[in-house]
Design a binder for this molecule. Structure first.
Ligand code: RB5
Length: 149
């Protein structure tokens, strides 16, 4: 799977570990920056990562900021992006299995490298379940998205 990875300055300290873990688990990592710890704005990277998924360049994304929150809010404003902050492995796989999450958001100021690695493995190892109840709920989310309210 092709996985886009992006961060702001807050997420930058964790980006290398995330890229490494994506590759170690047999996936292709697409590094969308930031390329330094210089101050930057998370919405710019959320948008860049979303475009990568929506264009088909990447199938999933991992977005890192200081807390994971700003990046997640920004990403979820974009149609077709279903982002979640996951700082535990259960949420990281259940978010994909039940909710068809396609962007994992992490806070580099919240979790350490080893937990981040495990979360990324759980996220990338998960697939959407396709069970009727999950499809029904995801379709309701899509209806909310289409209505915009
Ligand atoms: C940057 O200082 C920080 O606000 C940002 O990385 C993120 O944590 C926002 O949610």
């Amino acid at each position: 799977m092709r996985v886009a990875v992006a961060c702001d300055h807050g997420g930058f300290p964790l980006k290398g570990v995330i890229l490494e873990t994506v590759q170690e688990t047999g996936h292709e990592a697409i590094d969308l920056g930031a390329f330094s710890a210089e101050s930057s704005d998370y919405p710019d990277f959320a948008q860049k990562l979303a475009q990568s998924i929506l264009s088909g360049q990447a199938e999933r994304g991992i977005l890192i900021c200081g807390s994971g929150i700003g990046a997640c809010i920004a990403a979820n404003k974009i149609k077709g992006i279903y982002a979640g902050v996951c700082h535990d492995t259960y949420s990281a796989h259940q978010g994909v299995e039940h909710d068809r999450m396609n962007v994992l958001c992490l806070g580099a100021r919240i979790i350490g490298e080893e937990l981040a690695r495990e979360i990324v493995r759980a996220y990338l190892g998960a697939v959407f379940s396709q069970e009727e109840r999950h499809l029904r709920r995801v379709n309701k989310v899509l209806a909310i998205e289409a209505r915009g309210k």
